[in-house]
Design a binder for this molecule. Structure first.
Ligand code: ZN
Length: 237
């Protein structure tokens, strides 16, 4: 049973997207739990299990498929509403779902990609040992591990678009890892509306203009359905 409160929140979100001219979406592991991938701090997250001494399953990310949350973000792109997507996820599900690489920054890399150590040129990992065609540098897995620097080009793009956003939607991130969690702060400072859709608390909950603690796939799918109505000229819900 859906609450009236949730319906009102979805209506508000759809209207804000309809009105926005520079929508930026930021995703964390929470969007991929509905694809069967673990997040970190959720009830069954990797760090939660580790903290409780529970076993951690080895996940095969390559078999995971995009869910309704990923697909709703692709619709925002196809409806010409999404200006940029920033993700902390390495699972490749945004690209698999049909997001254009030009509007995507993957701050923690991507399990299917290699990155040139020198110039950050990124290629699909085909298993072949090749040198960078641009600079002759060596390729390394693009996934960023703890303590390693983030890819500077993706990071710069993420800041660039966060600064310009008038609507910034956080999806499935607890916003505790820096500098990734800096993006909503930058967006707020530049006057954007901040929306958080996450099952769990974030340090930004108090300052968010809209907070939705519900299932991501459901919220995003219904929001996009309502957005389509608004774009078609239907004003009343
Ligand atoms: Zn290179």
């Amino acid at each position: 049973m859906e609450s009236t409160e949730l319906k009102q929140k979805i209506e508000t979100l759809a209207r804000w997207i309809f009105e926005s001219s520079y929508l930026v979406v930021f995703t964390g592991a929470g969007i991929s739990t509905e694809s069967g991938l673990p997040d970190f701090r959720g009830p069954d997250g990797l760090w939660t299990r580790k903290a409780r001494g529970l076993p951690i399953e080895q996940m095969d990310f390559s078999k995971a498929t995009p869910n309704s949350g990923h697909m709703a973000i692709v619709e925002l792109q196809n409806l010409q509403k999404l200006k940029f997507l920033i993700s902390q996820n390495v699972d490749n599900l945004h690209l698999k779902s049909g997001i254009s690489p030009e509007i995507l920054a993957e701050l923690h890399g991507n399990i299917t990609k290699l990155r040139c150590e020198q110039c950050e040129f990124t290629i699909d990992n085909t298993g072949d040992e090749i040198r960078c065609p641009l600079c002759g540098g060596a390729f390394k897995p693009s996934v960023v591990n703890f303590g390693q620097p983030l890819p500077q080009k993706d990071l710069a793009k993420a800041y660039h678009h966060s600064e310009r956003s008038d609507l910034f939607i956080v999806v499935g991130s607890s916003l505790v890892v820096y500098p990734a969690a800096d993006m909503p702060r930058v967006a707020l400072e530049n006057g954007a509306r901040l929306v958080i859709i996450n099952q769990g608390k974030t340090p930004f909950d108090e300052v968010a203009h809209l907070l939705i603690n519900e299932k991501i796939g459901l919220v995003l799918a219904q929001t996009v359905a309502r957005l389509r109505e608004l774009l078609a000229g239907k004003k009343k819900a």
